[in-house]
Design a protein around this ligand. Structure first.
Ligand SMILES: [Zn+2]
Length: 104
């Protein structure tokens, strides 16, 4: 299933698991407990289109963006840099200094 089209679809808007996640949250973000318009976060895409109850979490927009950003950063943080990604020290764009050397 194509995620961008699914999220815009009536199937997603009417998804009973999504509606239950929103209902169970009783208008409060599951993370920060603020009363705000809620969005539904997919904790997994394994069951896209037939989500299980534990796949979805009702979050405010701010928490949804933070959680998504955090998870993306964590996913890509395990990628070992390739040699081409590392700037050589003689490159003028790299400062050869020790940021722990003091001055603060
Ligand atoms: Zn929140």
């Amino acid at each position: 299933m194509d995620y961008p089209n699914y999220i815009k679809s009536d199937a997603w808007r009417r998804n009973p698991t999504r509606l239950k996640a929103l209902s169970d949250a009783e208008g409060r973000c599951r993370l920060c407990h603020s009363v705000a318009p809620l969005e539904v976060h997919h904790s997994t895409y394994d069951h896209l289109g037939y989500e299980h109850e534990n796949d979805l979490v009702a979050l405010c927009g701010a928490c949804h963006r933070e959680v998504t950003s955090f998870l993306r950063a964590r996913r890509y943080s395990v990628v070992i840099p390739k040699r081409a990604d590392v700037l050589p020290l003689r490159d003028g764009r790299v400062l050869a200094s020790d940021p722990t050397a003091g001055g603060y």
